[in-house]
Write a new protein. Sequence first.
Length: 178
Amino acid sequence: MRSILANRAFVLLWCAGLFSQLTWWMLHTAMLVLVFERTGSAFGTGLIPVFSALPTVLLGALAGRIVDAYDRRRVMQRGALVLVALLLAALPFADAAPALGLYAFIAVQSAVMTVMTPAENALLPALVESAQLKTANALNVLNDGIGRIVGPAIGAPLLVAFGPRALVVVSLGLTAVT
């Protein structure tokens, strides 16, 4: 374990993955709350997971081809830039975005993540020795779990205390770090 944590390239990728997961789950949780607040509809709120999963279903195979065809680091860098641009574009509308805008936001975010996630996974063997690959994969899975737990635990109180705009700013900061 120590040797993999001494690998600077892996640690940078691992931290970027953690920030990405935290951002994803902070925003996902906020979208559920915001759609329900704005529509009062359980059905409308239930569409957030649909719009979140739809890009993965529709673009999954294409994402794999993109990751195989291009440099994985560049794919991840460009994905992060798209996410930063998306958050910057959302910032002026964060406090009053209609449900349709929130659906579009989560769908675009999910589409970008659909490409970035396999790029990250495919990059691991280039960064770590084959003996460390199981540990590297396990640490990436740990990021997913931490993101699912800590992201909502940060995002929900932040949303309630400071509003959607503050949540977008924090997400922007986390995404910019990646």
